[in-house]
Design a protein around this ligand. Structure first.
Ligand SMILES: Cc1cc2nc3c(=O)[nH]c(=O)nc-3n(C[C@H](O)[C@H](O)[C@H](O)COP(=O)(O)OP(=O)(O)OC[C@H]3O[C@@H](n4cnc5c(N)ncnc54)[C@H](O)[C@@H]3O)c2cc1C
Length: 272
C-alpha cells in the first residue's frame, strides 16, 4: 500500500551515507511488512538495498548472513558438505507463510527485526547460535545473540537508529546434527510451534522453541536428556505460551512437548 505520510526516501550506498537518525525514520529492507499496513508515525525511509552487502559469506568461522540477504538467496545456498545442520535452512525458509513474491523480497534481517513469534529466520538463527552485528548511528557497533535480541512480539534489543548489519552462524553450530518439527493450524498457516533440536559432536544438546512462545527459548544440556528431564525443563522455563489467532496456548504447549519428545527420540536413534 502507499505510505502517504512518507516525505523522503534516502538511498545510502555506504555506512557514512546512512546519516543521522530522527523521529519518524525507519529502515526499509524488503518492505513486505512495512508496505503491508499503514505506518502513520513514519515520515522517512532509509532504503538498505543499495548498501551492496554480500548476501552470504561462508568461511572457516561459519556463515555470515547479511541482514539484507533475501529468504530466496538464503534458500539457494549450496553449503559445504560438512555443514550437517544445513537442511535447517530450507526447512525454516519453508516455514514462512509466504509466496515466492515474499521470498524474493523479504530479508533475513527484516524478519528478525520484526520479531514476530512465528519469524522462521529467528527460529533458524536462534537454534544455530546466531549472533547479530548491530551498527549504532554514532559509528560504534555491538553484538547480541539472537536469543537475547528478540524480546517478544514486535519487541527487540534494537536501540533508536540501530541497524542490524549481519548474523553469524558459527561453524561449530553448523556441524551439529539437527531435528526439526513445525506445525500450523491451517495448511500454509503461520507457525503455531516450531521446535529445533541440535546435537553437537561433543554430545551437547540444545532445544530451541519458537512460535509457541512469545520469544525464543533455548534449553541447553551437556548430553541428550531423558524425555522426562526435557519436559520438566520446558515446563519450568517457559513462563508463557503464545496466544493469538494462529493457535491457543494449550495447543501450542501440547505440540511443543510432543515435538520435544520426537526430537529426543530422533537424535537419540542416530546417536546409538
Ligand atoms: C504474505 C505475507 C506473509 C508473511 N508471513 C510471515 C511469517 O510466516 N512469519 C513472519 O515472521 N512474518 C511474516 N510476514 C511479515 C514480514 O513480511 C516478514 O517478517 C519479513 O521477513 C519482513 O522482512 P522485510 O525485509 O520485508 O522487512 P521490512 O518490511 O522492510 O521491515 C520490517 C521491519 O524491520 C525493520 N528492519 C528491516 N531491516 C532492518 C535492519 N537490517 N536493521 C534494523 N531494522 C530493520 C524495518 O524498519 C521494519 O520495522 C509476512 C508478510 C506477508 C505480506
Amino acid at each position: 500500500m502507499d505510505l502517504n505520510t512518507i516525505k523522503q526516501v534516502t538511498r545510502p550506498k555506504t555506512r557514512g551515507e546512512l546519516g543521522s537518525w530522527r523521529d519518524g525514520d525507519a529502515f526499509l529492507a524488503g518492505g513486505t511488512w512495512l508496505f503491508s499496513e499503514p505506518q502513520p508515525k513514519l515520515t522517512r525511509l532509509v532504503d538498505l538495498s543499495l548498501l551492496g552487502w554480500e548476501p552470504l559469506t561462508a568461511s572457516a568461522d561459519g556463515l555470515e548472513i547479511a541482514a539484507t540477504c533475501t529468504v530466496a538467496q538464503l534458500d539457494a545456498l549450496t553449503p559445504p558438505v560438512e555443514w550437517t545442520a544445513a537442511p535447517l535452512i530450507g526447512q525454516c525458509c519453508r516455514a514462512f507463510l509466504a509466496s515466492f513474491k515474499i521470498w524474493n523480497a523479504a530479508t533475513v534481517g527484516g524478519n528478525i527485526c520484526m520479531s514476530l513469534p512465528a519469524g522462521p529466520m529467528i527460529s533458524l538463527t536462534a537454534a544455530l547460535d546466531g549472533e547479530a552485528l548491530l551498527w549504532a548511528p554514532d559509528g560504534t557497533e555491538r553484538r547480541a545473540t539472537i536469543v537475547d535480541f528478540v524480546k517478544g512480539p514486535l519487541s527487540n534489543a534494537l536501540k533508536s537508529g540501530e541497524l542490524m548489519r549481519s548474523i553469524l552462524l558459527p561453524a561449530a553450530a553448523l556441524t551439529a546434527r539437527t531435528a526439526f518439527r513445525q506445525v500450523s493450524l491451517a495448511n500454509h498457516g503461520r507457525s503455531g510451534a516450531l521446535v529445533i533440536g541440535t546435537l553437537s559432536g561433543n554430545g551437547a544438546f540444545a532445544l530451541t522453541i519458537t512460535a509457541s512462545t512469545p520469544r525464543p527459548v533455548r534449553l541447553a544440556f551437556d548430553a541428550l536428556p531423558s524425555i522426562d528431564e526435557l519436559h520438566a525443563r520446558i515446563e519450568e522455563t517457559v513462563d508463557a505460551w503464545y496466544d493469538d489467532i494462529h493457535g491457543l496456548p494449550a495447543w501450542r504447549r501440547h505440540m511443543t512437548l510432543h515435538f520435544a519428545q520426537e526430537i529426543v527420540s530422533e537424535l537419540g536413534e542416530g546417536a546409538r
